[in-house]
Design a protein around this ligand. Structure first.
Ligand SMILES: [Zn+2]
Length: 251
């Protein structure tokens, strides 16, 4: 595990994971023949909980992040469908699932929102808290969940972590979103212009480039200034571009 990931596990544990683990109830089996002596996720020693098959074992921190994926009976509620924005003094948890809402009610210092994971991430990108903070989208899909945490140390570079690590230039996202909303750019025109700009930039096929230039001219006629705008924002296909669209056109 690299140093950023282990720093992140420590942060997660100190601000949230320790409390979250207290909710998990009895996890059952801590002894199995030939179970590992180190956490299969982060390498920690101490009390470990064996997976069903017994040849993997995880520490409490990794269990609360990885949830049911790790093959350990509880806590299923820590699996997918949750997002958390964690700072030193606050944990904002959100889920779109009704049945999840009750799970964290008893945690002190926790704000519960009935909100989709996606809109929680959008809010955090647009209005990040004071660093350091951690933005986790809990996931069922990653075996390497314990190495998938990152602390964000600035409002400009924001990590979305939990299932994978997505490093975002949030400042560029916010700048682009302001440009788009201030200029009232319709989504279709933006997409066409951004696709055209991407094709022109790649420049691999001159026929495609010519067609793209046409598209861009058309978009410029409909919305003067769009060419400059799409040249100034991250390229279509980049993670930043996808979040720009998500943030600018969130209902
Ligand atoms: Zn661990």
């Amino acid at each position: 595990m690299n140093s950023k990931a282990s720093e992140a596990l420590t942060f997660y544990y100190s601000v949230f994971g320790k409390r979250a683990y207290a909710l998990c109830g009895k996890l059952g089996v801590t002894e199995k023949p030939n179970m590992p002596t180190h956490c299969s996720g982060c390498g920690a020693t101490g009390t470990l909980h064996a997976s069903k098959a017994g040849y993997l074992a995880f520490c409490d921190v990794c269990i609360t992040v990885g949830g049911s994926y790790l093959g350990i009976k509880a806590p299923g509620r820590m699996g997918g469908g949750w997002a958390a924005l964690l700072t030193a003094d606050k944990a904002i948890l959100s889920t779109g699932k009704d049945e999840n809402m009750g799970a964290f009610k008893i945690l002190e210092g926790t704000q519960l929102l009935h909100n989709s994971v996606r809109s929680t991430l959008i809010n955090a990108i647009l209005n990040p808290p004071e660093p350091p903070f951690m933005l986790v989208a809990f996931s069922n899909s990653s075996a390497d969940v314990c190495g998938q945490l990152r602390v964000s140390h600035s409002k400009d570079i924001v990590y979305i972590c939990g299932g994978s690590v997505e490093r975002l230039n949030a400042r560029r996202i916010r700048e682009a979103v302001s440009l788009i909303t201030n200029n009232n750019i319709p989504q279709t025109i933006l997409r066409n212009a951004a696709e055209a700009r991407g094709t022109i930039q790649r420049g691999t096929n001159k026929h495609h480039v010519a067609r793209a230039q046409n598209e861009l001219n058309l978009a410029e006629e409909k919305k003067p200034g769009i060419t400059t705008l799409v040249r100034s924002i991250p390229l279509i296909g980049s993670p930043e571009y996808n979040w720009i669209i998500a943030c600018a056109y969130a209902k």
